[in-house]
Design a protein around this ligand. Structure first.
Ligand code: KIV
Length: 272
């Protein structure tokens, strides 16, 4: 195929340029082909195949049980549906913490086997060496600071992070060190608005906020939350743009009613 006919996909250069030009970066999660296609056709900048998969798709209580195989399977489906957005795959719990070698090999699988263009991993300066190894090896890394759900037991729950001065200072240092290590962007989750604004101003790479206020360079939400599909828990920072849970239940109830009363299938939906 000639390069002229190819649809161009967003790259880390486009994403970094958006920060420089003051254009907000839009990110949503997706876990399957259909949703990825809808987000892509809606011109989203980045699709994150988040390990939130574990909660909103697989029904676990946390993200901890998610495996590499789960993430690869769903990233492959997303990649089949999205051709313009940049696809970032989340590295699941213990796929990068055990050793730098395993981290690099696992990150590489997302690019080799699942057509992702980048990976995301949770944690601060303690992962700088891994981020550097991946970056040098050609694997773009999105970092993730603040509330890092894989550390829910260490953090003592899903709470706002960086409220105290020393924690805020540590988060700023983490962000600067991860940028230095080569991360192309940083997710800031559940961080006070003022601290997120300070980190955003201090970094050359974009910050992507979730519960981190309006001053971040971009925003991310879990798609099942913003569409009102997942109703087991709704964090304060989620804006529901539609209540699909209710819409779907209403549609299913109408279908059940139609089948029970033989109103479906009618002539229009039957073969003569
Ligand atoms: O797993 C996920 O969906 C995430 C986002 C909430 C940033 O990490």
């Amino acid at each position: 195929m000639s390069t002229q006919n190819k649809i161009s996909r967003k790259t880390i250069l486009d994403i970094k340029k958006m920060k420089m030009q003051g254009e907000k970066i839009t990110v949503l999660t997706a876990y399957d082909y259909g949703m990825a296609a809808i987000l892509d056709e809606s011109d989203i900048d980045i699709i994150l195949v988040g390990d939130s998969l574990g909660m909103v798709v697989l029904g676990y209580d946390s993200t901890l049980p998610v495996t590499m195989e789960d993430m690869l399977h769903h990233t492959q489906a997303v990649a089949r549906g999205a051709h313009k957005a940049m696809i970032v795959a989340d590295m699941p719990f213990l796929s990068y913490q055990v050793s730098p070698e395993a981290a690099l090999a696992n990150a590489g699988r997302f690019l080799k086997e699942a057509d992702a263009q980048a990976v995301k991993l949770e944690g601060g300066q303690e992962h700088a060496e891994i981020v550097q190894k991946m970056t040098i090896s050609g694997i773009p890394v999105m970092a993730h600071l603040g509330l890092t759900p894989q550390s829910v037991h260490q953090l003592g729950g899903y709470k706002v992070q960086g409220k105290k001065e020393d924690a805020a200072e540590k988060m700023m240092q983490d962000a600067l060190i991860l940028e230095e290590a080569g991360a192309f962007s940083v997710v800031l989750e559940c961080v006070p608005e003022k601290l997120a604004a300070e980190i955003t101003a201090a970094l050359n790479i974009p910050t992507i906020g979730i519960g981190a206020g309006v001053h971040c360079d971009g925003q991310v939400l879990v798609v099942n939350d913003m569409l009102g599909l997942y109703d087991r828990m709704t964090p304060k920072f989620v804006k529901k743009y539609v209540n699909l849970n209710l819409e779907i239940k209403n549609a299913v109830k109408r279908y059940i009613q139609d089948v029970k009363t033989s109103a479906f299938p009618d002539a229009e939906h039957s073969f003569k």
